[in-house]
Design a protein. Sequence first.
Length: 136
Amino acid sequence: MAVSEFIGLDVGKARTGFARGSAEAKIAEPLQTVPTEEAIAKLKNYVESGLAGVVVGLPRSLAGSETDQTAWVRDWVDQAKKEVNTIFYWQDEALSTKIAEAKAAGGKKIKDIDSLAAAIILQDFFDTPEDMRTIC
């Protein structure tokens, strides 16, 4: 991967969706979903290929407040940062899974909702001005 590429993650307690995208093209695409206990090892493989960073969806309530899931994902990222040497960014993941489910229900041949949600999170990151991005 070129250094202009990012990995997007939709981290869940059971599964983690992966997406990739180029900062130059500003297009994200779903990659795969893995069991969360394997996600850090998988992430290491991508980072070894060269990345500009990892974008992690930050879950919050619809009102924008932190939830138990927010705390869990923050803890997961803290652990990942100890093991994976790259820059991590937060991206609000509001409704990313619902949007992915709606696309799947809309007749598109989408089987992997988690990686599609990761692609939506990563696309939102690309669409956010650089000075508004938040480093983990």
